[in-house]
Structure formats: structure tokens, C-alpha cells
Design a protein around this ligand. Structure first.
Ligand SMILES: NC(=O)c1ccc[n+]([C@@H]2O[C@H](COP(=O)([O-])OP(=O)(O)OC[C@H]3O[C@@H](n4cnc5c(N)ncnc54)[C@H](O)[C@@H]3O)[C@@H](O)[C@H]2O)c1
Length: 486
């Protein structure tokens, strides 16, 4: 698949990185001779951060090409994203040129403020043009506001939303067009309020940022506005909250209808406070700090399957289904290939190698996959039965490094009604980096005792054991700590 990115600045660069890292080829057109250097810096940041959000290996990165002309960039594209400066007449000129070459390819605009009906004016093929408004950094944040014009091609919009979901994004479909869409209307309201607070000497830029990041910013990032206020209403919920704060609507709690005079004095005041607050970091440092914070935050949300983290989980789940599942009862005696992983930035210790606990993590992901395969999955656990690991022995055979693609395979050495004896191999390409031998016991969780596994589970497990009996026993099996290598 090929994406054309028209305008490769802050936002276009972020789009290019998201497409490339998801395996799309990308052609960029940007007349600025500095564009390749700027885009390369964004791509470096994206390579260091986006894979950290996935629990599956990323697809092979696509090819990046800078085109000499706009027509060359869009020719053969399956999707076009325009991110030129926010000037309507410039966007119109760019669309005219694009649609001369490729009239009906979906053409999304990153515009922060223009309505699609304004963008479509005078276009040769207006229904191919819509708003796809992302958030910086585009390669990490899932939200993209999709705003179709009053006349639009429903099938095209559906196709676009699916395509963006495949890039790990969350398309939010606006019911009706409006200036500045949804999110920027909030941001503009908050921004206007903040300008008053600084101008009137009530708060500095730093104090305003503390008010956000020490408190409500954290709440907003995981529950938004209404869910947060629902809790604030206590047991009585949203109605109580509204009754309590409704009267404030007539209080002078906001200056939303009024804006401060935008003059040099105000600009200097804001800029100088911002220098004091953040001038000791370069922009490149701030970008890396921001990306690291976002990864940490998104990862926590992912562990909890909540908010933006749920988007990441669902994306992994969709990609996982594309990996062929091993045959339930192997027809040839071969270890079962059960997991594909990639060594992520957070898995690395100070010497650049995968940290010790992650080898065991990789093994446990693989034994979990075996349990799912034989039907001892989460539903089985909810029914009160499970396999518990009684013993593990790990032998380190090599070192995995950042970005390595790892495969987890299982050989079943022995199994009966209550026991399962397995060897898990974690390999980089075909070279094993660790072998983990485990004994698992089948337990009745309520009684806290071992018991025979369900017949349906044994019907899946025992044929694997029988097929694997033909395999040579791994040399590491049965080793104890300190044993000499032969
Ligand atoms: N910066 C943000 O946070 C943000 C967020 C969401 C959406 N947007 C929107 O994204 C769009 C781009 O904003 P940005 O912040 O990336 O601006 P930017 O100035 O960083 O990038 C614009 C790029 O367009 C290039 N350009 C100029 N004329 C061109 C042409 N004729 N053809 C191709 N490229 C051309 C410029 O050389 C520049 O590299 C705007 O519509 C803006 O409203 C910005």
C-alpha cells in the first residue's frame, strides 16, 4: 500500500512515520529543502517510541521517497493526506493539482479549523475530500477526527476509517461539520482562558501547566470530562453533580465570550514566561520526554484495557488474528510455534541487552499461548480450574537486543491428567537465546488442590504429547544449576 503525504512538517512528518512504521510505502512532497532533515528527526523519534506500544513485532517498515512534484507523489497512492499550512487558498491550490493527477483517491486534510465544505469548494471531485484531523505526535496518539463534508461518499469514509484503524488509530466520526471540529474547540476555550489568566497576572504559564498536569490533566487522559464529573457527583452521580455546579453557569467563572487583545505585549509576556519555564530544555529534548511520558501513560492504560490503551490492545488483537494459529493436533512432530515478540525499549537494561525478567516474561507469554491452544483459557479459569507453574528452570543461551524479533516455541516432554512438562525455546531468528523447562500442575482453584484436567483439555493436550514423543529431547532438559556442559 502507498500513502502520499503532502506537506512534511510537524504533522505531515508524523503521518509519514505512522504509515511507514505500519508497513506502508510513503511518498512525500514538500518544497522546503529542509523537509527531509526535519522528517528524519520525526522518524527517529517514532522508531524509538511507536514499537514500544505494541506487543507484536511491527511490520517491516515501508519505503520512504521524497517526490520532486506533487503529481509524482500522488500517482499510484491508495491514500493521500494533506498537511500543508493552515491557509484555505493554499489547500485549494494543492487539491486542484492532486485531483488533476488522481481525482478519486481518498484525500484527508489535517486542517485544525476548516470545515470540509470549505475545503471541497471548487474541487473537481469534492466527495473524495474530507477532514482527518490528527494530534501531535501523530505516530503515538490514536485520535483522528473524521469529518465528512455535507456531500460525501459513505463507502469511501468507511474505507478510510478502517484503514486508519489498521494504523492503530481511533477515528472519531463527527456527526456534523463545525469550525475547529470537537477537540480543538475545547483546546481553544482552555487557551483563551489561559491567556486571560496570564495577561491579568493571576497565574504564570508554569502555574497554569501545574494546574493541568498535577490534577485534572491526569483525570482527563483516562476518563475525559463527563465520566470524571459523574464520579464527582458521588453516589448520586451526574444529576447531583449538575445540580451542584449548575448555578455556577451564571457566575463569572469564565471569560469565554470575551478574548484578550492580542498585542505584542501579550505575546512577549507569554513567550518570556515560557522561556523561564522550559528554556533549559531543547525542543528535541522536550519531544523525547513527551514521547517517553506518553508511552508510560499509554502502557498503563493498555494494561488496564482502558481508554486510549484499549485502542492499542484492540489493535494488537486484530494483528494477532492475522498470524496463523498452529494446528491443534500437529500432523508432523515439531515444536509448536506459539508467540512472536519484539524486544521493546522498556525490555532493555543498561548494557543494551534484554533484561533477565523479560526472558521469563517471553516464556510465560508462550506457555499462556499453549494453555489457550489446549482450551485452558480465561473462560476455563473463570470456571475454577487452571494450570499453575510448579517449577521453572531457565538456561540462557544468547543475548537478545533492542528490536530483535523473538519466537517462542513449545515442546511437550510429558503430560498426564494432572501434569504438564514442557520446554519453551525463545529464539532470535533460528538461534535460541533461552530455554525454559517447566512443570505445570492442573488445579482446582476453589479446593486449592491438584485435580485431573477437563476431558476437552486432555483431548487437545495428549495428542500433542504423543506427536512430540518422536522429537529428540533437548540437551538442556533436566539440567540443574551448576551442572557442567558436556
Ligand atoms: N501543529 C499541530 O499541532 C497540528 C495539529 C493537528 C493539525 N494541524 C494541521 O496540520 C496542517 C500542517 O500543520 P503543521 O503544524 O505540520 O505545519 P508545518 O509548518 O510544520 O508544516 C507545513 C509543511 O507544509 C509544507 N508546504 C508548504 N507549501 C506546500 C505545498 N504547496 N505543497 C506541499 N507542502 C507544502 C511546508 O514546507 C511545511 O514543511 C495544518 O493544516 C494544521 O492546521 C496541526
Amino acid at each position: 500500500m502507498k500513502a502520499a503525504i503532502i506537506g512534511g512538517g510537524v504533522i505531515g512528518g508524523g503521518w509519514a512515520a505512522r504509515f511507514l512504521l505500519n508497513g506502508w510505502d510513503v511518498a512525500v512532497f514538500d518544497p522546503d529543502p529542509e523537509a527531509p532533515r526535519k522528517l528524519d528527526a520525526i522518524l527517529q523519534n517514532a522508531r524509538a517510541s511507536l514499537p514500544a506500544l505494541s506487543d507484536l513485532p511491527m511490520p517491516t517498515e515501508g519505503r520512504l521517497r521524497f517526490a520532486d512534484t506533487l503529481a509524482e507523489a500522488v500517482t499510484g497512492a491508495d491514500y493521500i493526506q494533506e498537511s500543508v499550512p493552515e491557509r484555505l487558498e493554499m489547500k485549494h491550490r494543492v487539491y486542484a493539482e492532486i485531483q488533476r493527477a488522481t481525482p478519486d483517491v481518498p484525500l484527508g486534510s489535517s486542517t485544525s479549523g476548516f470545515k470540509p465544505s470549505e475545503l471541497q469548494k471548487g474541487a473537481r471531485h469534492p466527495s473524495a475530500i474530507f477532514v482527518a484531523h490528527p494530534f501531535n505526535p501523530v505516530y503515538l496518539l490514536p485520535l483522528v477526527e473524521i469529518v465528512p463534508g455535507p456531500t460525501h461518499d459513505k463507502a469511501l469514509i468507511t474505507r478510510v476509517k478502517n484503514l486508519l484503524r489498521d494504523l492503530g488509530m481511533f477515528p472519531l466520526h463527527l456527526r456534523r461539520e463545525i469550525d475547529a471540529h470537537i477537540a480543538d474547540r475545547f483546546l481553544e476555550a482552555v487557551w483563551r482562558e489561559a491567556l486571560w489568566l496570564v495577561r491579568d497576572g493571576i497565574a504564570t504559564t508554569g502555574e497554569i501547566d501545574e494546574a493541568i498536569r498535577m490534577g485534572f490533566g491526569l483525570r482527563w487522559a483516562q476518563m475525559g470530562l463527563f465520566e470524571t464529573y459523574r464520579i464527582a457527583g458521588g453516589e448520586a452521580g451526574m444529576k447531583h453533580f449538575m445540580a451542584q455546579f449548575g448555578p455556577c453557569l451564571t457566575s463569572p467563572w469564565t471569560k469565554l465570550m470575551d478574548v484578550p487583545e492580542f498585542n505584542d505585549e501579550l505575546v512577549d509576556l507569554i513567550a518570556s514566561q515560557s522561556d523561564v519555564q522550559s528554556g533549559h530544555h531543547t525542543i528535541a529534548d522536550l519531544e523525547r520526554i513527551r514521547d517517553g511520558n506518553l508511552i508510560g501513560f499509554l502502557r498503563v492504560l493498555k494494561d488496564r484495557d482502558w481508554g486510549a490503551g484499549k485502542v492499542l490492545r484492540d489493535h494488537d488483537a486484530r494483528r494477532r488474528t492475522a498470524i496463523p494459529a498452529p494446528a491443534l493436533i500437529p500432523d508432523a512432530a515439531a515444536p509448536l510455534v506459539l508467540t512472536q515478540m519484539q524486544v521493546l525499549p522498556g525490555w532493555i537494561d543498561h548494557n543494551g541487552h534484554m533484561t533477565e525478567s523479560r526472558y521469563l516474561f517471553a516464556a510465560s507469554e508462550t506457555s499462556d499461548a499453549l494453555l489457550r491452544l489446549i482450551g485452558a483459557d480465561m473462560d476455563y479459569v473463570a470456571g475454577g480450574h487452571s494450570y499453575y507453574t510448579a517449577e521453572s528452570h531457565i538456561t540462557h543461551l544468547g543475548a537478545a537486543k533492542l528490536g530483535d524479533h523473538l519466537t517462542g516455541t513449545v515442546q511437550v516432554l510429558g503430560a498426564d491428567e494432572k501434569h504438564m512438562h514442557i520446554v519453551i525455546t525463545i529464539a532470535r531468528q533460528d538461534t535460541p537465546v533461552a530455554m525454559v523447562e517447566q512443570m505445570l500442575l492442573h488445579v482446582d482453584m476453589t479446593a486449592g488442590q491438584t485435580c485431573p484436567a477437563a476431558p476437552a483439555v486432555l483431548d487437545r493436550l495428549l495428542p500433542i504429547r504423543d506427536a512430540h514423543a518422536a522429537l529428540p529431547r533437548p540437551a538442556q532438559a533436566g539440567r540443574h544449576v551448576g551442572q557442567r556442559k558436556n
